[in-house]
Ligand binder design. Structure first.
Ligand SMILES: [Zn+2]
Length: 206
């Protein structure tokens, strides 16, 4: 008896519920349509300024601050390219190995310049790499200059501009002695080795 009564009540209410449901669905649909129209407009409005700037490759720095790169030497030729995928022959170590930088051949004593604005992180001397300068350029980008001579006109903490003289070409890197006077230039992005030529090609090669 009770069960029947209840189901009867439900039957009576059902048409009302249906109407209510239709109204709810209709208004939801309206809201969704309205959002679908408004959202893309709002989003594209926000995105446009960023989309104008062409995104650099995954290994290149964020291009929000324009960075000027200069060649580390006024006159030089690339004696050995960056090669982390292919082995290149080391005349000094007499074996085939990767090369984590670019070797710029130049006269001993040639001025070595900072490739971009930055801060001198360290000036060190090790048996393996000779005199070494590390400069950070922001955005996780660091340049490392090896095989430099004793005379180093900058010290740790100095701020340098692109093109400032930071040292002189020599033959102090033990692992590359047989290659003669040259600058061994490395670059890292967030601690990972990258090809310096990718960056230098973005600057004025003069
Ligand atoms: Zn080298």
């Amino acid at each position: 008896m009770k069960t029947y009564h209840n189901s009867n009540q439900n039957n009576q209410k059902q048409p009302k519920n249906k109407k209510g449901l239709i109204a709810v669905v209709a208004s939801l649909a309206l809201i969704i349509i309205a959002l679908a129209i408004v959202l893309p407009i709002t989003l594209s409005g926000n995105d446009n300024p960023q989309q104008v700037v062409p995104g650099p490759g995954p290994d290149l720095p964020s291009s929000t601050d324009p960075v000027t790169y200069v060649s580390p030497l006024e006159e030089s030729s690339v004696a050995k390219e960056y090669s982390m995928d292919t082995l290149v022959h080391s005349a000094t170590l007499k074996r085939w190995m990767t090369h984590n930088g670019v070797d710029f051949k130049a006269e001993k004593g040639s001025k070595v310049r900072a490739i971009a604005d930055g801060k001198v992180e360290s000036v060190t001397n090790t048996n393996l790499d000779g005199n070494v300068i590390v400069i950070s350029h922001g955005n996780g980008l660091v340049s490392i200059y090896k095989s430099l001579g004793e005379d180093i006109p900058v010290e740790e903490g100095d701020t340098v501009k692109a093109g400032d003289v930071i040292g002189y070409v020599d033959v102090t890197m033990m692992t590359e002695m047989q290659d003669g006077a040259h600058l061994h230039l490395e670059m890292t992005l967030d601690g990972k080795q990258v090809n310096p030529m990718d960056y230098l090609s973005m600057g004025d090669e003069k």
